[in-house]
Ligand binder design. Structure first.
Ligand code: SAH
Ligand code: SF4
Ligand code: F3S
Length: 481
């Protein structure tokens, strides 16, 4: 584990080691010397900020970036007017990209006033060649650009920014490497995400993730267990196992193991209270998994099961590899076996060729499954994906109308589902002091719903029994009992 490493004992006068993670420890020690010299020259601490766009996997990567920044001597801030700012980007939909360009413009303003400022970009968007071209042409003020496959090299690249002038670009096309034991700075002391796998092999026809995150690679179960044990020893009570398709975890390991088997092992970890995971692809969800969830005392009563569309014809075009009927049967089986479970989903509106009839089928599915919540997205054309080349793109007006109709049904259904729990007593993990209403703290139920209860920061990180007195649609107001 990283904890035992003393960077000050590393000799940085010689050549860097070849092996990872030792090589990165060497560069962390070196970067620490650069940061120290700069701090002494300026007579003030050096500030850094990590800004995350995108999914939980990016959020976890950002914690690793923050861990390194902190180890080399930067202080972490949430202010973009800092000495080192890194954007960890997402490109799953075009609006995520546009936000990055917009905020880069603002950073340029800060850099004009503080020429020593370093600006870095990493994450999924950087794996797209056209993005790099655009940055090289119009965003020359960026100091460092790297991708998803070599994020473990951050310390080494950070050193390079102290040693050379101009834009440093290091993008790998793919990797089979998984580097363990680098430092992490967690956002929450009591809960944490954990990568169990990287990449995706599914190639849903609309999705860019397989192109920017590479092929599926699973971590060894022993590394995962060791990391969770360490986190628990450090005060974590809830973990979320992360992967683009956790249900295919372990298939390609030398000693294959199923996701359900991994969960059984994780369940045994003493002191761990809650287990979550994301995301489950319906096509790979096994009976064994349902059984393990049913028997488990720790796995939360929540399953995120992306539907994408309720029309078998569109599902086929999307390359999702299940039919409407198969999905519905699966969802009903899960509800039957685990009655108190909340099922949430992702839906795309406006996939090429989607008709009003297809949309009707999706809406009907929302009513049938009774989703506890659903994230609805307008289809976004991603360069290089098969769907981008499809000819029958849906007119914007039709998409907007369909989206609004769907959203209404999603909200109705979610409200009905939530109302069912009003008056019950459930366990909540208190996550934060409520920012808008003084005197309230906010907790999360096992089924992922939010509850606000009177209390103060002493409750944060604690598991408490709460009474769900009033349901307000998407959250409850309650009290600790
Ligand atoms: N691996 C996960 C999803 C990761 S992306 C899974 O398969 O469930 C999260 C969500 O973004 C997807 O479920 C999908 O609904 C949405 N999404 C992905 N690509 C999109 C696109 N091109 N346009 C709109 N939404 C998209
Ligand atoms: Fe994208 Fe499909 Fe992979 Fe999810 S499973 S990341 S939607 S390709
Ligand atoms: Fe976005 Fe990359 Fe996640 S594209 S959704 S940050 S895997």
């Amino acid at each position: 584990m990283y904890d035992g490493i003393n960077l000050d004992k590393i000799d940085i006068s010689g050549q860097p080691p070849e092996n990872e993670p030792e090589r990165q420890y060497y560069f962390m020690a070196k970067a620490r010397a650069y940061v120290k010299a700069e701090r002494e020259r300026l007579g003030r601490p050096l500030m850094s900020e990590v800004v995350t766009f995108g999914c939980q996997m990016n959020a976890r990567d950002s914690e690793k970036l923050a861990g390194i920044l902190q180890q080399v001597g930067y202080e972490l801030t949430e202010d973009e007017n800092a000495d080192f700012v890194i954007f960890n980007t997402c490109t799953v939909r075009d609006n995520a990209n546009q936000r990055v360009y917009g905020r880069l413009g603002e950073l340029n303003g800060y850099k004009r006033r503080n020429p020593e400022m370093k600006i870095a970009l990493c994450g999924c968007m950087m794996q797209e060649p056209e993005v790099i071209e655009k940055l090289k042409k119009s965003y020359r003020f960026v100091d460092l650009i790297f991708g998803t496959h070599n994020i473990f090299k951050f310390a080494e690249l950070l050193c390079a920014t102290f040693e050379t002038e101009g834009m440093i670009i290091d993008i790998w096309k793919d990797t089979d490497k998984i580097v363990e034991d680098l430092p992490v700075e967690r956002k929450y002391p009591f809960k944490s995400g954990i990568n169990i796998m990287f990449g995706c092999n599914n190639f849903c026809s609309y999705c860019i993730v397989p192109y920017v995150r590479g092929r599926e690679r699973s971590r060894e179960p022993k590394d995962i267990i060791r990391e969770i044990e360490q986190l628990v020893a450090d005060g974590v009570v809830e973990i979320m196992l992360l992967g683009q398709n956790v249900n295919s975890y372990g298939k390609n390991l030398d000693k294959p193991i199923t996701f359900a088997q991994l969960l059984r092992e994780v369940e045994k970890i003493e002191g761990l209270q809650r287990i979550r995971f994301m995301t489950s692809h319906p096509k790979d969800l096994s009976d064994e998994l349902i059984q393990v969830m049913k028997e488990s005392k720790k796995i939360c009563r929540h399953l995120h099961l992306p539907l994408q569309s309720g029309s078998t014809r569109i599902l086929q075009q999307m390359n999702r590899r299940y039919t409407r009927e198969q999905y519905l049967e699966l969802a009903q089986r899960i509800r039957r076996e685990i009655p108190d479970i909340a099922i949430t989903t992702d839906i795309i509106v406006g996939f090429p060729g989607e008709t009003l009839e297809d949309l009707e089928q999706t809406i009907d599915m929302v009513r049938e499954v009774k989703y506890d919540n659903a994230f609805t997205f307008i289809y976004s054309k991603r360069t290089g994906t098969p769907a981008a080349a499809m000819e029958n793109q849906v007119p914007e007006e039709q998409v907007k109308e369909g989206f609004d109709r769907l959203l209404k049904v999603v909200q109705e259904t979610a409200r009905e589902q939530a109302a069912k729990h009003q008056g019950k007593i459930m366990e909540a993990l208190i996550e934060e002091v409520n920012e808008s209403t003084p005197g309230l703290v906010t907790g999360r139920l096992s089924n992922n719903m939010i509850v606000h209860v009177p209390g103060n920061e002493i409750l944060v990180g604690k598991l408490v029994q709460v009474s769900l007195d009033e349901c307000h649609g998407f959250y409850y107001i309650g009290r600790v009992v």
